[in-house]
Design a protein around this ligand. Structure first.
Ligand SMILES: [Zn+2]
Ligand SMILES: [Zn+2]
Length: 277
């Protein structure tokens, strides 16, 4: 199939999906996942409550800092931090935190296209302009086959698919594989998280020569993204970037919450992002 044919096929698929969703919505009008307002899965009022990542971050690892820095101590070493750049669209605060929970644990896969718009908004920011044209493939962080069977879908893949659809990027679910069934990272400290995902991922030889953009829902210590990136680089990927929906709200999230400093600096620099439906 030619790329033009591919493109028109995608347009047809998109409009069929849109019509199918509209049909379902006519039968079962959606209610806002946060406030219950009728007519939207995420209403415009609640969508405005999402807190974008502030501009005061580490340019490499994307972690929120008191001031913007090129590198921080956490990511200065290529061996321990194999990603060229990580960004999270927003902070892991209400209401986004609850929407991610619904998507991951409550079967609300219908929220994924709406949440993907926050990824799109983050990807459209000026600091991706030099990188975006060179991204060869978008690879969602994979789930282990067993967890995929339980959940029925990979939320990172749904988010990545939304980004790829809206920005015409190639979605590749064949490049990374989760070989080890790891326990949830929730409740583990940084060292435990790293050990938990060690050797959990393998990368296909098709990674060779590619610049990859990893997509995941939440970026906490980066252990999962780093494990994926290391596997991809070992398989010959040229560079690996990552984009996630959310990251913790405070700079030293595993030590002590220091949210006030962050939210103060943010209020003057950030605009609401994303869109609603
Ligand atoms: Zn609402
Ligand atoms: Zn950093």
């Amino acid at each position: 199939m030619t790329s033009a044919a591919n493109h028109s096929f995608q347009q047809v698929a998109d409009s069929v999906l849109a019509w199918a969703t509209a049909g379902v919505d006519l039968l079962f009008p959606p209610a806002c996942a946060s406030c219950g307002a009728a007519g939207h899965r995420i209403c415009p009022t609640c969508a405005q409550l999402v807190t974008p990542t502030p501009a005061t971050l580490c340019q490499r690892c994307g972690r929120v800092r008191e001031t913007a820095v090129d590198h921080c101590v956490a990511c200065a070493d290529d061996a321990t931090f194999p990603l060229r750049r990580v960004r999270a669209a927003a902070l892991h605060l209400s209401p986004l935190r609850e929407w991610i929970h619904l998507l991951k644990y409550e079967g609300r896969r219908d929220l994924a296209p709406l949440l993907a718009r926050y990824l799109v908004a983050a990807f459209d920011r000026a600091d991706w302009a030099q990188i975006a044209p060179h991204v060869d493939a978008v690879a969602p962080v994979p789930l282990h086959a067993e967890r995929l069977r339980e959940r029925g879908y990979n939320q990172a893949e749904l988010l990545a698919a939304g980004l790829c659809r809206q920005r015409v990027l190639p979605l590749r679910t064949d490049l990374l594989h989760r070989a080890k069934l790891t326990r949830s990272q929730v409740g583990l400290n940084a060292g435990e998280r790293k050990a938990n995902v060690e050797d959990a991922f393998t990368a296909a030889p098709a990674c060779r020569g590619l610049r990859l953009l990893l997509v995941d829902d939440v970026y906490t210590t980066g252990a999962t993204l780093c494990a994926c990136a290391s596997a991809a680089l070992a398989a010959g990927a040229v560079e690996v970037y990552a984009l996630t929906l959310a990251q913790p709200a405070h700079a030293d999230h595993h030590d002590h919450p220091d949210q006030d400093a962050v939210t103060d600096s943010m209020s003057t620099t950030s605009q609401p992002i994303g869109a609603t439906s």
